[in-house]
Design a protein around this ligand. Structure first.
Ligand code: AHR
Length: 644
């Protein structure tokens, strides 16, 4: 068979077009990328249940905490009088009935510590008359991994107690414990246990490094549906997510009720899933810098998640001004000087230089429906943002489904507006969670896209339903069948790099046992992480991309290819989705040199990576045997690197 590349009609590939989409779903943030090891550390957890347009939120501050050593050893009560921080008013009163009584934190699946690592431990205490020492630490079985001792000041005031400890041994699924050395009563709040190797003191190192290895050009955050909220009040309020951590108001997670139904009383296993906002907008901007990615924050347009709510702020309602102002103030927060209200907040948080904010997503995946007048409200946001910040590149949205009337109508509206105003949107965000067959059938869909209107493929993944896609906690859904189809579809994105100017897989992270949405790019537990087959496909696309993309044809069924060049290197990506081994001759009407390297992924369609076999599906280097001929094994994805 032949793979033929043509120089005529080649198109530029914009720098940074490969990106990441981060949403706090699947315990990606609290219990994930945020290196904080304790769960519900501030006693603000809520128990949420409900369904579309009907949610019940009940404070449940004791969640993740239990009495030690036995239920009757102490009485614990969540209180809110004279709180430490009014924004998060709950704290815990512990009345120890005897020496050695206290509390234990669930810490998701228990505490994992590395031998020889330093940890920062802190907590706040208030005592009126209790003076005996307290002990806090990590214990595994009968063993003490580390322990600190503090003497409360019995002055009726809140005080913070901070420690640095180094572990001698490692531990898994251990207990974080806080005990009183005598009978008595104490108030406690804001426990914290952080590993000292956290990136920027904030992010779990292994996860942050895996993201950085993808070399993303941009980072879209913080969602996703959580931007919109299950109710308007539940939407992501970026202003609540900046400033002192303890003053960031806890919010319940839209994902706490995902999949709720009558049989389970509209409550899920994740009904306490919340957002402590220990990572907020400031930290997202820092993360973007660490990754070398341009930040792409997404904001609400006054429409709650359309799957979960019919709530909107009607057009013409003065309340909509708050939403517009949130967008304008965000630009000020990122770029403003010390003479601006929000610029000053950023500077006081420790970042005098502006953040490189260029993109703004307006609405997540809204579509025009039920009189929500999405189009008109987007036009209003666009006008107001560009009046003040003409250089901001606004990302529009084409709704949740491709191949749908709402998708068609969104593009018609976008293109019409672009005719009158070329800056109306920089790119329009389309989402597709689809079966592999759709991806193969549509691998050339962008060949036929009109050239007016750029695409941001903002959320996509192959969903292999037979392998468990769509289920909760299903790492087995990340099968090679899906990743291979993604690789094939992405050849079309790459060939049409003049239209598809941004792309990001979704979702990004998933904690094993805490996952609402499968498949996902990276799976982790409290200790380790591994990339799915899709992770490696994405990585190959990110690392091996040039700055110009050629027209490419293959002449065998079930084969897909794209090719880009940078300097003297040409990268050919080729998928053989068939069951036969093929031999491909690579031809071109330009000089692309000789085959230097082959990077290959191959597997059975049902294979997937696991914690035990994290690299079952991973790129392998194959030595080339001829200058322009290559073997295409069945069910394989390869990057062929040529040098002139
Ligand atoms: O990625 C999971 C969800 O899928 C996102 O929150 C939303 O944008 C889409 O519906």
């Amino acid at each position: 068979m032949k793979i033929t590349m043509t120089d005529a009609g080649k198109v530029p590939v914009r720098a940074g077009s490969f990106g990441l989409f981060f949403e706090d779903i699947n315990y990606s943030l609290d219990g994930g990328l945020y290196a904080q090891m304790l769960e519900n550390r501030n006693f603000e957890a809520k128990d949420v249940c409900g369904d579309k347009d009907n949610f019940t939120v009940t404070p449940d501050g004791k969640y993740a905490w239990s009495v030690f050593p036995a239920e009757d050893a102490a009485a614990i009560k969540v209180k809110d009088d004279r709180p430490l921080f009014v924004e998060n008013p709950h704290y815990l009163r512990i009345e120890a009935k005897k020496a050695g009584a206290g509390i234990v934190n669930k810490a998701y699946d228990g505490v994992y510590c590395k031998a020889g690592m330093r940890y920062k431990l802190s907590f706040w205490m208030r005592s009126y008359d209790y003076r005996a020492p307290v002990f806090a630490g990590v214990y595994a079985g009968g063993e003490k991994i580390f322990e600190v001792k503090a003497k409360p000041r019995a002055d009726g005031k809140w005080h913070k107690y901070e420690f640095g400890v180094r572990t001698g041994k490692s531990c898994e699924r251990a207990q974080f414990r806080f005990t009183l050395s005598a009978a008595g009563t104490l108030h406690v709040d804001w426990f914290s246990l952080m590993p000292e190797d956290a990136v920027l003191g904030i992010f779990r190192r292994d996860l942050a490094e895996m993201l950085r290895e993808l070399k993303p050009g941009f980072l879209r955050f913080p969602g996703g549906c959580i931007v919109e909220g299950n109710t308007l009040a539940n939407r992501y309020l970026w202003k609540n997510s900046v400033g002192q951590t303890e003053r960031r108001r806890h919010n319940w997670s839209r994902w706490a009720v995902h999949g709720a139904c009558e049989e389970n009383g509209f409550r899920t296993d994740f009904s306490h899933y919340g957002q402590t906002l220990g990572v907020g907008y400031y930290e997202y901007f820092l993360l973007s810098e660490y990754l070398g990615a341009k930040p792409l924050p997404v904001l609400s347009v006054g429409i709650a998640c359309q799957y979960m709510s019919s709530e909107v702020v009607p057009l013409g309602d003065p309340a909509l001004e708050t939403y517009i102002q949130e967008a304008l103030d965000l630009v000020e927060f990122a770029r403003g000087g010390k003479d601006t209200v929000w610029g000053r907040v950023r500077i006081e948080m420790g970042h005098p230089e502006p953040f490189a904010l260029e993109y703004l997503g307006i609405g997540n995946e809204q579509w025009e429906a039920d009189g929500n007048e999405f189009y008109k409200r987007f036009e209003l946001f666009e006008r107001r943002i560009h009046e003040k910040y003409p250089d901001i590149r606004i990302i529009g949205t084409a709704g949740p489904t491709v191949d749908s009337p709402s998708h068609k109508s969104a593009w018609e509206w976008t293109r019409k507006n672009l005719e009158e105003n070329p800056d109306f949107v920089y790119a329009c965000d389309e989402h597709f969670y689809v079966p592999p067959k759709w991806l193969y059938d549509n691998a050339d869909v962008y060949d036929g896209y009109p050239r007016k209107g750029l695409v941001y493929a903002g959320e996509y993944a192959a969903h292999v339903m037979e392998a468990g896609a769509g289920r909760m906690n299903a790492p087995e859904s990340n099968v090679w069948e899906g990743a291979l189809a993604e690789a094939a579809f992405m050849t079309g994105m790459e060939r049409n790099a003049d239209v598809v100017v941004m792309k990001s897989y979704a979702p990004l992270l998933a904690r094993l046992g805490y996952t609402q949405w499968s498949p996902d790019l990276i799976w982790f537990d409290g200790k380790s992480a591994y990339g799915s087959a899709s992770y490696y496909v994405q990585k190959l696309y990110s690392l091996y991309t040039g700055d110009v993309s050629y027209k490419v044809r293959t002449d065998a069924p079930r084969t897909y290819a794209s090719a880009t060049s940078r300097d003297d290197l040409t990268f050919v990506k080729v998928v053989n989705a068939g069951e036969e081994t093929l031999t491909a001759d690579i031809e071109a009407d330009f000089n692309f040199g000789e085959l230097l390297r082959i990077v290959r992924m191959q597997g059975e369609l049902t294979d997937y990576n696991t914690m035990e076999e994290p690299a079952k599906l991973a790129p392998a280097e194959i030595a080339p045997s001829a200058p322009a001929t290559v073997e295409l094994p069945p069910r394989s994805f390869q990057v062929l690197v040529f040098r002139r």
